[in-house]
Every structure is written in structure tokens, then in C-alpha cells.
Design a protein around this ligand. Sequence first.
Ligand code: NAD
Length: 504
Amino acid sequence: MKETTQKVEKVVRLEVLTPKTELSFGKAWPYAPAPEGREHIRLQSRYQLFIGGKFVDPRSKRYFPTINPATEETLAEVAEADAGDVDAAVQSARRVFDRYWAKMPGRERAKYVYRIARMLAERAREFAVIESLDNGKPIKLSRDDDIPLATAHFFYYAGWADKLEYAFPGRTARPVGVAGQVIPWNFPLLMAAWKIAPALATGNTVVLKPAETTPLTALHLAALIQEADLPPGVVNIVTGAGATGGALVNHPGVNKIAFTGSTEVGKIIQRTIAGTKKRLTLELGGKSPNIIFNDAPIDAAIEGIIGSIFYNQGHVCCAGSRLIVQEGIAPIVIKKLKDRMQTLRMGDPLDKNTDIGAINSKPQLEKISELVQSGVKEGAVLWQTTCELPARGYWFRPTFFTNVAQSHRIAREEIFGPVLAIMTFRTPEEAVEKANNTPYGLAASIWTDKGSKIFRITNKLKAGVIWNNTANMFDPSAPFGGYKESGFGREGGVHGLYPYVELR
Ligand code: NAD
């Protein structure tokens, strides 16, 4: 073991001296603009609530703007649902559950879910553009990840609808009732799909509340669901901020709450429904590590880090926001990371060359800036790319910190921005200790050439998902969820059916 490490270190030192690795690219090569068209999408100036299969005005009579974070332009006004609107949505979900949807044979429900999947696939380009406009993420992510994955979830769970007896052999699975679902802004349509698809496949009805800064794809999904002829009331979409989410969580007619969002709000929800009969799943925050050993494929690991923290502006619950790297290779990893980060293109989210888009909102940008300042104040060493920031909109340079102590806020708190805290380790035991030294436990990635090391370390990490020599890979058939303050319950795979069924 000792011998192998020494050999690897020698190779690494040699590599440092070769001219190829000394070469610094400095900046991204200029590409001609390649904007994705907007002509094929039609945004409304105003969006109503989707209740009982119809678009209706809010009883509150209030609307709020949703903003393009890359330009600060208002994209549309969106209805703000109050407790009365939420009540109407829950009642409509209850009516159709009792009369129709829960009794429908699985093979019939499957047809509806398949139809939603097919229609979403056909209109993927439209949804990708709307997602990038409303969220600020690059079109290459919404086009290649968010929308295809959302579609895949509908396809996957449609497949389970008539096969529940195989998912739960010897038991009968019955739907739970009305599911109240509250989702965040980082993967707006994907989070809606994670919630709606398993609920419908198992015979539940839904009231979904999207995040207030990214409601548009959920509202376009509502229009698609209407077109798909889903029985009115099976899916209801109520827009608004925390108060609307609170009204849904508190509604006595809701049987199950599925929440994805911050740990802070997750705790409020858990307290609120304690003592009621409501079921709960919580998908919360994270502070996930990328652990890189001396024998790791370094270039692949660099791409993994870039993908897991910098693409998507760090707006990923399982973002690898801590880099825990073995001491011997730390200098080369940091050098390669700098070179790669300097080539990242930041700018117009609709440009197909853009790697890094806008931060989703002004409050989120302020939160990132405050945490980064705390890192500097506490003595960590800051490094940022030198790319130009657009004049308007909310932007933050890809950033990393070295000289990070485990007690620093940047090492402990979820930043939810393109900011990486780098720490080193000498032994595998130290790597495990540092990786687990967080209140969270959502995900982790281990980078090493040795399969045996992967198994040993994986078994000691307290994280819901662990990737080996890769990062942030998703598939509808694979369960996802947290440990500790990252929440409980699983979404995806057969595990994702459990929260929506009662087994007899
Ligand atoms: P947030 O908790 O601020 O908001 C999430 C949703 O909850 C929004 O729709 C919001 O309007 C609503 N909400 C706010 N206060 C509420 C209340 N008191 N009662 C009911 N609903 C309320 O989170 P966010 O800033 O939108 O999202 C980012 C967070 O989500 C991060 O912490 C991220 O890690 C987490 N996240 C987790 C996962 C996962 O699968 N574990 C996935 C995506 C995002």
C-alpha cells in the first residue's frame, strides 16, 4: 500500500514537470454566439391557478412577477394562491380521488401517465427554453438533463402503474389519498416530475406548489396535462411563496406531504405536521464531498468536480461543494482545476455554448456573496475565475477556497452557489472523517483506481447516494434521498413508490 502510494506520487511529480500540464489556457476560446430560438415558445403575460382541470383566477386576486435572472426582465405575472385557493385545489383532488382515480385499474392510469411522458418528449425544446428563461440555467443543461430526465420519470413510473403487485409481492398496494407536494427552484420541471409521476402511477391525486421564482414550466405542464385529458382535479397546481406552501402543508384534507427544499423549511414542516396522520418525505439540503485519492483518474475527477459544482451554478442539492483531496496530488488537482475553470463560459443561458448561467434570484446571490465573504474573513484563501460578468442579471464567478478549516462556515453550510471548499487528507480514515463531518448526508463521490478502496470507503460514508469515479448521475430507476439533515424517504426507483402506497 505504502509502496503504491509512493509510486503514484512519483508519477504525479513527473507529470507536473511536463510542459503539457504546465500550459495554462487562461481563458475560454471565443465562440460565435449560438442562441437557441425563442420563437417557438409562447409565454402568457399572466398565469392563473390550475384547479379542477381549469385555469382559474386566484381568490386572493393577487399576482406576482417571475423574473428572468439573466436579464432581470419580468417574464410573466403569476397568480398567488391563498388558503382559500389551496382549499379549492385540495377539495378538487379529493373529489376525483374518491369518485374515480383511486378506483381506476392501473393499466388505465398508466395510459395517462404515458401520454404525459410522450407529450413532454415531443415538446422538450419548448420546455427547455422556458426552464432556462425562468431559472437561468444553461440551455445545454435544461435541454440535455432536466427535460429528458423529467420525461424519463413519467415513462418509468407509467410502467409501474399496472405492475404494483410485482413491486410489492404478496401485498396489495392502495393509494394514500391527496398528496401535497412542495418543490424548489433548482430543477423546477424535474422536481415536479419526481413528485407527480409516482403519485399518479399509484393512484393518488396531487396538489403541487412550485417555487415562486420558477413557476413557469409547472404551469406549462398543467396545460399539457389538460391537453392529455387527465380527469379534472387529478393534478392541481397552485402558485405562490412560503405562505401558499404553508397552507398546503397545514390543510387537513392532505394525506401525504412530499417536500423538496431547504433543511430550514423542512424542519418547520416536520414540526407543523407532527401529531397529525399525514405522511411525510423530506428531500433537503446537502454539503456533499468529492473525495479524490492519489490513484484517481485526475482528469476525469476534474470534469466530475466541474460538473457537480460549477455547471448549474452550484444550484444542485447533491453538488460536490467540498473537495477532499489526498495531500500528494493536491497541487496538481488545484492547478488543473484552475485551468479548467478558466475555460468555463458564463453568460446568456440560451446560448448553446454557455457552461454557466445566472444565479436564480437576487436573494440567492446575496446569500452566496455573504457566505463567500465569511470564508475570506475566517482565513480561507479565495480563488475566482477572471471571466467577464454580464452587465445585467445575477451572476457569480466560479470560486474555490483553499486553506479551509472544517470549522469554517464555507465548509459547514450549504452555499448553493458555484463555490468549492478544498481540504486535504493523508489517510483514508481521515478522508472518511472529514467527509462525514457535516450535519448533511445527501451524496458523495469517491475517485480512486482501486475497487476494494471504493467498497471500504463507501460503507463508511453517511450519505444517501455515493458515486464512484463519477458524480451527479441520475436515472429514474435509481433511488435518491438523504441521510441525517438531508432528509428521509426516497424518490426514484421502486423505493419511490413506497411513500405513495399503503400496503395491506
Ligand atoms: P426553500 O426551502 O426555500 O423552498 C422550497 C419550497 O418550499 C418553495 O416552493 C417555497 O415556496 C416553499 N416554502 C417556503 N417556506 C415554506 C413553508 N414555511 N411551508 C411550506 N412551504 C414553504 O428551498 P429553495 O431555496 O427553493 O431550494 C433550495 C434547497 O432545496 C436547497 O437546500 C437544496 O439542497 C434543496 N434541494 C434538495 C433536493 C433533494 O432531493 N434533496 C433537491 C433539490 C433541492
